[in-house]
Design a protein around this ligand. Structure first.
Ligand SMILES: Nc1nc2c(c(=O)[nH]1)N[C@H]1C(S)=C(S)[C@@H](COP(=O)(O)O)O[C@H]1N2
Ligand SMILES: [Mo]
Length: 200
């Protein structure tokens, strides 16, 4: 009694899974769909991604966007409604790659989506390999319910920051709350600090 053996689980064992689950979260193998409104119909023929707020707006068509270097990313995701999912795999273009083409001195960004959703992030949460515009999940084109053709992926923050059906970033020199942030969600949303709601 009383002896707890550690060290045989590793990242893949039960202990590893527990240590990767932020406080107040449970693990699921499902992929729940959470949308504040209907799924907008977004066709790649008309899709554009625009970064506004810099010296000049910069836009990519779907074809131009898909010609950019992309990365396969495996990471854990955490929804504020308390489900977490480990080892999700995505393909996307890093926000570093996109913003490298934009002349700006912004500190913050508002992600804007087809359908009107918005969410805000400081640039430091979008740069240095922390965020992607993802177009595939598990090696397949992203389902419309999950944000296809493309969504923001910011896995280190609660998943409401990962705007589905993204159509661009508005660069800002001050913070500007988005849809859920205006409705009482935490402005930053770090799952390890349980930054769920305003005042947490
Ligand atoms: N455009 C848009 N993006 C969104 C949302 C939304 O309602 N609209 N919901 C957010 C929330 S609260 C979560 S948890 C995730 C859910 O993504 P999923 O439906 O792929 O699981 O998308 C986020 N991105
Ligand atoms: Mo969510």
């Amino acid at each position: 009694m009383g002896v707890v053996s550690r060290g045989f689980g590793g990242r893949r064992g039960e202990e590893g899974r527990a240590s990767r689950t932020p406080p107040g979260q449970y693990l699921t193998e499902d992929f729940p769909v959470l949308s504040a409104g209907p799924t907008p119909e977004v066709h790649v023929e008309e899709w554009t991604f625009t970064v506004a707020g810099g010296a000049e707006p910069v836009s990519w068509t779907w074809e131009q966007f898909r010609a950019l270097p992309s990365e396969t990313v495996t990471s854990d995701i955490h929804c504020v409604t308390r489900w977490s999912k480990l080892d999700t795999t995505w393909d996307g273009v890093s926000v570093d790659t996109l913003l490298a083409e934009v002349d700006h001195d912004a500190s913050h960004a508002l992600a804007v989506s087809y359908g009107g959703y918005t969410t805000n992030l400081p640039l430091e949460d979008l740069l240095d390999g922390k965020a992607w515009v993802a177009y595939a999940y598990d090696g397949e084109p992203l389902d419309p319910e999950h944000g296809g053709p493309a969504r923001l992926l910011v896995p280190h923050l609660y998943f409401w920051k990962s705007a589905k059906w993204i159509r661009g970033l508005r660069l800002l020199d001050e913070d500007q709350p988005g849809f859920w942030e205006n409705a009482g969600y935490h402005n930053h949303g770090d799952p390890w600090a349980e930054q769920r709601y305003w005042g947490d």
